[in-house]
Design a protein around this ligand. Sequence first.
Ligand SMILES: [Zn+2]
Length: 394
Amino acid sequence: MVKSLLIKNCGQLLTMRGNGLGIIKNGFVYCEDGKVVKVGKGRAPKADRTIDAEGKVVMPGLIDCHTHAVFAGSRANEFKLRADGKSYLDILKAGGGIHSTVNATRKASKAHLLTNTLKHLKDMRSYGITTVEIKSGYGLDLETEVKILEVARVAGKKQSINVLTTFLGAHTCPKGQKPRQYLKFVMNEVLPKVEADFVDIFCEKGAFTLRQSRKFLKKAKELGFKLKIHGEQINRLGACNMAAKLGAVSCDHCDRLSRGDIKKLAQTGTVAVLLPIVPLYTGEDKYADGRALIDAGVRVAISTDFNPGSAPSKNIFLAMSLACLEMGLTVEEALRGVTVNAALALDLSDRGVFAKGKRADIVIMDTTDYREIPCFVGENLVKKVFTGGEMHPK
Ligand SMILES: [Zn+2]
């Protein structure tokens, strides 16, 4: 690794400082030992390696703060059935849905899962993603849940992209079990044995009730875990409000929040993670009201929710475009949603912004105008990616 790195001639250097993009025109970013040392314009320090950004947009590495990237099997058959006009019930009858992913993931070896995950992480980095959160939840038993979290951690070390892990053993109830019994098992037998940065639960009709979710998150909190929740995706059960009161770091989905819920998130400082590829893909067509959240003072992050069932896409550019088109975000808010606010959604303060001491995770975009990033819907504008000062091919 080179000791010092200078990226000069940055037409628009998006520092993400302050409340907007903190743009420095014709700026530079100078890094040493994988950390940002100086950001500015004019005379720059000399470095071991100098990269000319050729007047393009340069910004902090993107952060995807909500994915389910460790899984086996394919759900392409379901896509085909849907495209052929078959109903959700037809798909379930044909063996589709989350349980098909659970079966395939349980059967898969660690080596197979690792190969899959390394490929996904490489794809993500090609989209400029330098930090990603990965959830378990396709095991629904002790052995597989532990296996998924381990694969996520190992993949992050091998692929030079930062991985944070979330235990989502309470993703849904395994076939043939009752949610109450299963959750008791997860709380008593699995939770004390897992290693993860966060604990999450899917609070939704057909998954876990509000009461069950509260009990589960309280237990996770007692054990010292930081909390997240999948809430208000299809029905409003009060999940986000409850999780915010418990001090959750983020509430994810938030498609159906009441005014009171939004107020609660603003009061507690809980980040709302919005996942616009999900309603696009599932045809639910009910997008979170990002505008109302931001106007109320809630910090909003944007993520792909990459998973094989409801959002089979690693395209964070598409998520940004949809956040502007369907959730009322401005271009600047969408860009903050995948950098500084996504870092907050992972409780990280060392990235997502260019300032002294922050990680040298950097993206050079192939455009001179930041507004083109979400404007070219779903187009990957990444030219070069750096993680901790190390350059990767696109
Ligand atoms: Zn999810």
